[in-house]
Design a protein around this ligand. Structure first.
Ligand code: OXD
Ligand code: MN
Length: 649
């Protein structure tokens, strides 16, 4: 079958938008109608595809049997076409209160990442996960063998795109011309994914051009799926929850995702590439791919520093990344809110880029009080998912009560009438906004710097209602790596976990490790050899509560007081006191200028022997049960030393 046949044989273009497509083909293809494996290419030009990209697409056409191929160029025209198509299919509705904003409602069975159905494929199980103690279920990722992965793909993908368009999405994680960036090609049958990838990554023609130079890309295959029964419960959001599977094969730089259209399962540049495959590439190449926000902070003297911070999903990374400091004279600017790719430059300075181009933020809880900057960012060019809508054409979620115009009525995320006496939430707790980062009014001037921004401090944190002080500083890099490994946090709605149990979430990476966590720790420890100027490591906890269950610290903009203390520690200021767990602010160490709240600082910074002995025991048990012989001796030693210091209290 020839790849290019004559233009007059055109027959199979989009029926809804044939004229526009014909125009596109004329523009790009100089009057030629193109095919790949006998399938019409309705947008784009196959001569733009490098041989490696073309053969990847052909292989997947043979597997999935799409009806049409659309090579994405990233233009507004293309996006408008997708928006129109999604409206016709009922996937999105317009939000006329705002400019170019849309609301998608998913199938209620497809609202979050599915960690239990997410696998890493290696020859040997131990490359992917540590071996848990006999009789213990491993919680540090799921392994699948290459044979099983092939079977899973064959079972699900054979012919799964019949009567559908396969979109070819060329995307760059990181600014296209940064040496720290990496390229991917996502093949997907979901226009929602294409429109979201256009926001979350640098997507389109320029990436195909870049691929002519490098020819290296991560292969990403995605289908919303086709249930075996043939019955699609919600045609506006097809998915196959019973057979959903998300597969990663680091040896091939390959991701395969079936059955879910939702965020982290389907926007494959994000968790699958930038974290799981990214962490394996980072290990090979000697850098770090982390679940971290990046912010720049300038003090009243005009001195600016950058900080990276790892918190589990839905624990306030976006709020911190866009913080409005309450401390006079401070300024925070945002580089990224979710992922950091970091490597040491030739001078031993750790530098970070945000590989993403947008924010896929958790909506509930975001308000003019908690995050005014996000509220100034998200009401244009934004794709909302599973939030509630208002009768005046806007959106609503828990936390926006004070921003509702009088007299408007609310429709919940499932499309049912809702009022404040309803027993269910208006917005799904994991509902999201997907919005361009460039719209953030405090986006850092260096956010797209090809060389990345210099990182001076790394923060770990989580939701810890008890026992863990507002902030403490690790004693040194090794101790800091142990602090990251020992991270725990209350479960949130970002994945399928139920209830408020305190879960171990080392480095906030538990759902995102691309390889054995023990080897990951070794990799972090090895950074000691790369620099004499390592960033300092801190642990923060905005969520400590008193005996009555009330938060001890107001959080949000007041967290600038904690960042100020951290900056002063970077300058070696004597504002800390030693405790068995690390350094905490000394009396008067935290700047309380203009602080209006009545806070019990003694309780906030208390380090109790009883609590920390239990904490150490829980960590020891976790490492023993989950990491076993893969735990680096250095980490074991750090934990033993921590125990000794606590016992000596
Ligand atoms: C996210 C997550 O979507 O961590 O960022 O779940
Ligand atoms: Mn995240």
């Amino acid at each position: 079958m020839p790849d290019i046949i004559e233009f007059n044989k055109i027959s199979n273009v989009y029926s809804t938008d044939a004229v526009r497509v014909v125009k596109t083909i004329r523009n790009h293809n100089v009057g030629l109608f193109q095919q790949l494996r006998g399938v019409s290419v309705v947008n784009g030009n196959i001569t733009d595809l490098s041989p490696k990209v073309k053969s990847y697409i052909e292989e997947k056409i043979d597997l999935c049997h799409p009806e049409k191929i659309h090579i994405c160029d990233g233009t507004d025209t293309e996006n408008n076409h997708l928006i129109q198509l999604m409206q016709q299919q009922g996937t999105i509705v317009p939000l006329p209160k705002y400019k170019n904003c849309w609301l998608a409602r998913t199938n209620p069975a497809d609202t979050a990442r599915v960690e239990s159905k997410t696998f890493i494929c290696t020859e040997d199980r131990s490359e992917t996960i540590p071996t848990p103690l006999d009789g213990v279920k491993g919680t540090l990722g799921n392994w699948i063998s290459p044979i099983k992965m092939q079977e899973a793909i064959k079972d699900r993908f054979s012919g799964c795109m019949r009567n559908r368009t396969m979109y070819v999405v060329p995307f760059s994680m990181g600014p296209i011309h940064s040496p720290l960036s990496k390229i991917g090609i996502e093949l997907t049958d979901s226009p929602y994914v294409v429109a979201s990838m256009r926001i979350m990554t640098r997507m389109g023609q320029a990436v195909l051009q870049k691929l002519q130079e490098t020819d290296e890309f991560v292969k990403c295959l995605h289908s919303v799926g086709n249930p075996v029964s043939g019955f699609v419960e919600m045609p506006s959001w097809p998915c196959d929850p019973d057979r959903t599977i998300i597969l990663h094969k680091p040896d091939n730089n390959e991701i395969v995702s079936y059955g879910s259209g939702y965020g982290g399962n389907s926007l494959l540049g994000k968790k699958c590439f930038a974290l799981r495959i990214g962490s394996t590439i980072a290990k090979r190449e000697g850098w770090l791919a982390e679940h971290m926000l990046i912010l720049g902070i300038t003090n009243p003297k005009g001195e600016k520093r950058y900080i990276a911070a790892a918190f589990p999903s839905a624990c306030g990374k976006t709020n911190l990344a866009m913080m409005t400091p309450s401390l006079p004279g401070f300024k925070v600017e945002c580089v990224g809110d979710d992922i950091a790719w970091m490597r040491f430059d030739k001078n031993g300075q750790l530098r970070a880029i945000n590989p993403e181009n947008g924010f896929f933020g958790v909506a509930p809880g975001t308000s003019s009080k908690s995050n005014p900057i996000a509220m100034q960012t998200i009401f244009k060019n934004t794709l909302f998912t599973n939030v509630a809508s208002t009768s005046d054409g806007g959106v609503f979620w828990e936390g926006m009560e004070d921003e509702l115009a009088p007299g408007v009525s609310i429709t919940d995320w499932r499309g049912q009438k809702w009022n404040k006496d309803s027993k269910t939430p208006a917005a799904h707790p994991n509902s999201r906004f997907c919005t361009p980062a460039s719209q953030c009014p405090i986006i850092d001037p260096q956010w797209e710097a090809p060389e990345g921004v210099p990182i001076s401090a790394i923060l770990f944190g989580g939701r810890r209602p008890k026992g863990v002080p507002l902030v403490y500083e690790a004693r040194n890099w090794r101790h800091g790596v142990m602090v990251g490994a020992a991270m725990r946090s209350e479960a949130t709605a970002a994945a399928e976990h139920q209830g408020k149990v305190i879960m171990h979430d080392p480095f906030a990476m538990r759902p995102f490790f691309g390889y054995n966590f023990g080897h990951y720790l070794q990799h972090w420890l090895s950074m000691e050899k790369r620099s004499e100027n390592l960033p300092k490591i801190f642990h923060v906890n905005w969520f400590r509560k008193n005996a009555q269950g009330k938060f001890l610290w107001p959080g949000f903009g007041e967290n600038s007081r904690v960042l100020d203390w951290i900056l002063r520690r970077l300058d070696n200021e004597n504002c800390a006191q030693e405790t068995p767990i690390g350094y905490v602010p000394s009396k008067n160490g935290i700047n309380l200028e203009g602080f209006q709240e009545n806070v019990d600082l003694t309780e906030l910074f208390d380090v109790s022997k009883e609590f920390w002995l239990e904490e150490v025991e829980a960590i020891e048990k976790y490492f023993k049960q989950q990491v076993g012989k893969d735990l680096p001796v250095e980490i074991d030693e750090q934990l033993k030393e921590l125990r000794k210091r606590i016992e000596a209290m």
